[in-house]
Design a protein around this ligand. Structure first.
Ligand code: ASP
Length: 567
């Protein structure tokens, strides 16, 4: 039984490609064997009809085998055929070459999911979650569900809210993550928890985001970050073994946030790109170029950073102008550059960089004949960001990066706070439950900008795959962090009183992490966007084209909820 993938009438002999979840089988109706009414019925089978065939599975006649097909050596010679259901003509072809618009595919998602690539993505996802469950269970983790109707306590994004019928005027929120509950599970003594958890965030959707997405959510008691890293590395290694049959070299390299920004201009660096940023503040500060001299004078707040790109000296002026335009768009005043030609420089700032400065530049950057040097000079953080963007852009456009070469890297010791210009206030770099580094504890309120956190991300090939931290388990530290971001004691109590109270009953040290499952599927298995990892995703405007969510509800229901719509 299956779906009619294709019917081919070869003048008498009729072939039916019958498809189900497991693949395609060729059914053959031969006029010499099949009675005319049966042939006629077979001929009436249309695309995507549901069909029952009885017959004999046989080797195909020699020479007619199809090596492309898993079942290409055999076929079923039909004895009888029944049509179990008919189908309208699908609005797009269900093969992987079919170039239907994504909106159309989302509208008829059940047809889209019949396509080989999407079906395989769902199967891959299942294998992944299965190995996560098995591995973590073996390691002593317990899978515990946390509620979907929770107290509104925004974690950074906007909450989706659900009105309460029994308590008119009050609302539940849908969880942005199980964060508070998993921490409370640690207080409750479940020292190793995990959950394949749905998270809901009402954000304006950026390119590759979904309003609901899935995390592999972990939390552990009495741990340091190494223990969390090991749990994640083990989980990913088990996924690699099961889904790809590949060993995964662990442990992954670790770099601090400062090092990541310094070398790659990004907190999710792509280690496949074969060049990195070099700090030449001192060296170029000795050149005759005023901007470089000023950067040296203002160091370390200002810097002159160089991105030495091998082979790109061939770039035309137009290409270099485009790099400069990208730098300016990222906020830079400009972009200096030079080509390396033989032992010297050519073009751009070449005339300012000579003699000992030139020799030192070539030595420090390792640049040789044929390199293009892109140079950003000014506020250090800005220069890092600008060259980080160019590194990613050029790395992807001009170098061959193998998307099966997974280069994992832990980035840790992030700042605890970031300064929010628009609010003129400090905000948490990740979330407010993150423990500062022991040595930075004294500065939480006196100098928030210098406080680093026990906060870590896992990145691979330019994507952030996971984020987590060792948590604050002491009420006094938690309150100090809340004060720093401008939360009054009253507000802290209203929003997080239950957590703070739990901390008063013997909260153990704990920490955890969450991995974005949808993104892992795309990284490991392939796909155009995380929508390809989700059976029923939403569009960029958070609608479901198949069922029409969100939708109006019955006025009677609104009345019961005591809600009036203000248009
Ligand atoms: N709850 C965090 C998040 O969703 C992850 C974590 O810190 O475990 O980003």
């Amino acid at each position: 039984m299956g779906w009619a993938h294709r019917v081919r009438d070869h003048g008498g002999v009729l072939f039916l490609d019958l498809r189900d979840r497991y693949g395609i089988t060729q059914v053959v109706f031969r006029p010499e064997k099949a009675a005319p009414p049966m042939l006629e019925k077979a001929r009436s089978i249309g695309s995507e009809y549901v069909v029952l065939v009885e017959g004999q599975a046989k080797a195909r006649p020699p020479g007619s085998e199809n090596a492309e097909l898993l079942t290409g050596a055999m076929e079923v010679e039909a004895d009888s055929v029944a049509i179990l259901n008919v189908s309208r003509t699908p609005p797009f072809p269900l093969d992987d070459e079919g170039k239907a618009s994504e909106d159309l595919r989302l509208r008829y998602r059940y047809l889209d999911l019949r396509r080989e690539s999407l079906k395989n993505s769902m199967i891959f996802r299942h294998e992944m979650t299965r190995s996560v469950r098995e591995y973590l269970s073996e390691q002593g983790f317990l899978e515990i569900e946390t509620p979907l109707l929770v107290k509104p306590t925004p974690e950074g994004a906007r909450d989706y809210v659900v009105p309460s019928r029994l308590h008119p005027g009050k609302f539940y929120a849908l969880p942005q993550s199980p964060q508070l509950y998993k921490q409370i599970l640690m207080v409750a003594g479940f020292d190793r928890y995990f959950q394949i958890a749905r998270c809901l965030r009402d954000e304006d959707l950026r390119a590759d985001r979904q309003p609901e997405f899935t995390q592999i959510d972990l939390e552990m008691t009495f741990v340091v970050e190494d223990d969390v890293f090991e749990a994640v590395e083990g989980t990913l290694a088990s996924i690699f073994r099961r889904t790809m049959g590949l060993p995964l070299p662990v442990p992954f390299p670790r770099i601090t946030y400062d090092e990541a920004m310094g070398r790659f201009g990004s907190d999710k660096p792509d280690l496949r790109i074969p060049f990195e940023i070099r700090d030449l503040t001192d060296v170029l500060g000795e050149s005759g170029f005023e901007i470089f001299r000023a950067a040296k004078a203002g160091a370390p707040k200002t810097a002159t950073l160089v991105l030495p790109v091998p082979g790109l000296a061939t770039a035309s002026r137009r290409e270099i102008d485009a790099f400069e335009a990208a730098a300016k768009q990222a906020g830079a005043g400009g972009l200096a550059w030079a080509r390396v030609k033989g032992e010297g420089l050519d073009g751009g700032v070449a005339k300012h960089v000579t003699g000992a400065v030139l020799a030192k530049l070539l030595e420090t950057t390792g640049a040789k004949d044929g390199f293009l040097l892109l140079i950003a000079s000014g506020p250090r953080a800005l220069a890092q960001r600008v060259l980080g963007l160019l590194r990613t852009q050029i790395g992807n456009a001009n170098f061959t990066l193998d998307d099966k070469d997974f280069r994992f890297v832990w980035v840790h010791k992030f700042p605890l706070f970031e300064y929010l210009e628009e609010r003129k206030a400090w905000g948490p770099a990740h979330h407010i439950f993150t423990m500062p580094l022991e040595e930075d504890l004294p500065y939480i309120e006196s100098d928030p900008g210098r406080v680093r956190a026990q906060l870590y991300d896992l990145a691979a090939n330019g994507s952030e795959l996971a984020s987590g931290s060792i948590r604050i388990h002491r009420k006094d530290i938690q309150e100090s962090v809340m004060r720093t971001i401008g939360m009054t004691a009253e507000e802290a109590n209203t929003k997080f009183g239950f957590l703070l109270e739990a901390f008063e009953y013997g909260a153990p040290p704990h920490g955890g992490i969450a991995l974005g499952l949808d993104r892992l599927v795309i990284l490991f298995h392939g796909g155009d966007s995380i929508r390809d990892a989700i059976a029923f995703p939403k569009t960029a405007s958070a609608t479901s084209l198949m069922d029409g969510a969100p939708a109006l509800i019955d006025p009677a229901d609104l009345k019961e909820l005591k809600i009036r719509i203000d248009r």
